[in-house]
Design a protein. Structure first.
Lengths: 124, 318
C-alpha cells in the first residue's frame, strides 16, 4: 500500500494504491492521521482518490470510517472518487456508500467540494 | 454428516405477516400468467425453477436451533432458540416415547437462544435424557430462571426428563456423541462460544453471536485457525459491515463481509449466513445473500468459498 497526497488550493487529495487489508490497515491509518487533523471546517476539503486502490477489506473500510468520524464532526468535508468497479461494489455491499458522497472522477469531486480549486487541479 | 436448521433468525422470532404472504402470492401469480400451469408437475417446476426463493419460500422466523446428525444414536443440537419446539416434536416423532440422549451445545444464554426450551417436549417426557453442554457458569441458572414465576407457569423443577448440565472448557477437545468438539470464546456481551465439530473427516463450525473487532490481528488469526479448512461455517451475519462497526458496534454481531473474509482466509468450503436480522423480510435477506455471493466472486483468489444462507427447515449434507 502506497499513499500519495496532493494539494489543489483548498482541496487535499489522498491517493492510496494497492490493497488495504488487515495486514496493513494500521500503516494506512497512521499515514492519513496527520492529514485528517487538518481537515476541519476552516481546513482543506478531503478527497480520497481511489483510482489506484485495487482492494479494500473490512479492516481497510474501517479506516475510511474513522476518517469520516474524525473529519465530519469538526465541520470538515470528506468524499471519495474514481473508485475502480471492484472497490465500488465492495463499498456498496458494505453500505459505505451511505457514509461517503461518491464521485466518478477526482475532478467531479473537486468541482463539488470546492469549485474554486478546479483551476489548480487542471493546472496540475 | 447432516446439518438441519430448525431456527435461523437472530434476536427475536419473526413471523410472516399476511401482507408478506399476499405479496408472494401476487408475484407468483403474475409470473404464472400465460404459462399454462395445468398440472402439479408444471406447478412444481414453475415454483422450483422460475421463482426467487423469497417468492416461493421463506427464510423462516424461529430463533437459533441447529441440529447436527453425525449418524450415531444420540441427538446433537446447538442452542435452544424457538426452533427447539419443532426440533423437540421431531425427536419424539422419530425416536419414540423414550428418545436417546439429547446433547445440547449452548453458544450462550441470551433469551433468543434459550426461549425454545420451555416448549421442548422431550423435557416434559419421563425417560428422556437431556445433557446441556456449555462454557458459561450461569448456564443452569439461566435455564431455571426463565422457567420460574412470574414469567412461566411450569417451573424447571417440574420437568420430567433427566436433565444435566455439563461445563466445558474453551479451547479443549471433547469426544461427545461420536463427535470431536472444541469450544472457542467469542466477543459478545456476557461472552459467547463457537463450536467446531469434527466427524469422519468432515468439520462444521457453529459461530453465532460473535462480533469481530477489525483492529485486532490476533483475533483474526485465532478465528482463521478455528475455521481452518472447515466444510461448513455457520456464521452470524446479522448486520451490514457499516452497521456492525458504527451504530451497532458492541452489539455483539458480525456481517456478511467479515464472514466472507474469514472464510477466504481459512479456506472454508461453505459459508452459511445465519442469525438473520429480524427487521429484514425475505426479499431483503435474499438480496443480502446475492450481494454476499457477489462479494466472494469479486474478492476470490485461488480458493472458492460456496456462500449460502440458512433457512428454517434447510438441510445440508457434508
Amino acid at each position: 500500500m502506497e499513499l500519495d497526497s496532493k494539494v489543489y488550493a483548498d482541496v487535499l487529495v489522498l491517493s492510496p494504491a494497492g490493497r488495504i487489508d488487515h495486514t496493513n490497515c494500521d500503516r494506512f491509518l497512521d499515514a492519513i492521521q496527520p492529514q485528517l487533523e487538518r481537515c476541519t471546517a476552516s481546513g482543506p476539503r478531503l478527497v480520497f482518490d481511489l483510482g489506484r486502490l485495487e482492494y479494500v477489506s473490512s479492516a481497510g473500510l474501517r479506516c475510511f470510517l474513522i476518517a469520516a468520524k474524525q473529519v465530519k464532526p469538526l465541520g470538515g468535508t470528506v468524499v471519495v472518487a474514481a473508485m475502480r468497479p471492484v472497490v465500488k461494489e465492495i463499498f456498496e455491499i458494505s453500505r459505505f456508500n451511505l457514509v461517503f458522497p461518491i464521485f466518478d472522477t477526482v475532478r467531479a469531486a473537486v468541482a463539488q467540494v470546492s469549485p474554486g480549486a478546479l483551476s489548480a487541479l487542471d493546472a496540475g | 454428516m447432516r446439518v438441519r436448521f430448525w431456527g435461523t433468525r437472530g434476536s427475536l422470532p419473526t413471523a410472516l405477516t399476511s401482507g408478506d404472504v399476499r405479496r408472494k402470492l401476487v408475484r407468483a401469480l403474475q409470473g404464472a400468467i400465460g404459462r399454462g400451469l395445468d398440472s402439479d408437475a408444471k406447478i412444481d417446476a414453475y415454483l422450483d425453477r422460475e421463482l426467487d426463493f423469497s417468492t416461493s419460500q421463506t427464510f423462516g422466523g424461529n430463533s437459533s436451533c441447529v441440529e447436527l446428525i453425525p449418524g450415531g444414536d444420540e441427538f446433537v443440537v446447538c442452542d435452544m432458540g424457538s426452533g427447539a419446539r419443532a426440533f423437540g416434536n421431531h425427536v419424539l416423532a422419530t425416536a419414540g416415547a423414550t428418545p436417546p440422549l439429547i446433547n445440547v451445545f449452548m453458544s450462550h444464554v441470551h433469551w433468543d437462544h434459550i426461549m425454545g426450551f420451555p416448549f421442548f417436549m422431550p423435557a416434559y417426557t419421563t425417560g428422556a435424557r437431556i445433557r446441556i453442554h456449555g462454557c458459561h457458569p450461569t448456564l443452569e441458572r439461566a435455564f431455571r430462571l426463565q422457567q420460574s414465576a412470574p414469567v412461566f407457569p411450569v417451573d424447571f423443577g417440574r420437568l420430567s426428563a433427566a436433565i444435566e448440565f455439563v461445563h466445558l472448557t474453551p479451547d479443549t477437545w471433547y469426544d461427545i456423541a461420536g463427535l470431536r468438539v472444541r469450544p472457542m470464546l467469542q466477543n459478545h456481551s456476557g461472552d459467547s462460544y463457537g463450536y467446531r465439530f469434527e466427524h469422519d473427516g468432515k468439520s462444521v463450525v457453529y459461530s453465532t453471536d460473535s462480533e469481530h473487532k477489525l483492529d485486532d490481528p490476533a483475533e483474526t488469526a485465532a478465528f482463521t485457525a478455528f475455521f481452518r479448512d472447515a466444510d461448513l461455517v455457520i456464521f452470524d451475519a446479522m448486520y451490514s459491515l457499516l452497521d456492525a462497526i458504527s451504530v451497532k458496534e458492541d452489539w455483539g454481531h458480525s456481517s456478511n463481509v467479515v464472514g466472507v473474509e474469514l472464510a477466504q482466509l481459512a479456506r472454508v468450503k461453505h459459508l452459511c449466513l445465519f442469525h438473520h436480522e429480524p427487521a429484514f423480510d425475505d426479499e431483503q435477506l435474499e438480496s443480502i445473500l446475492k450481494e454476499t455471493i457477489r462479494l466472494e466472486q469479486l474478492t476470490r483468489t485461488d480458493h472458492t468459498v460456496e456462500v449460502s444462507a440458512a433457512w428454517d427447515g434447510r438441510e445440508i449434507d457434508l
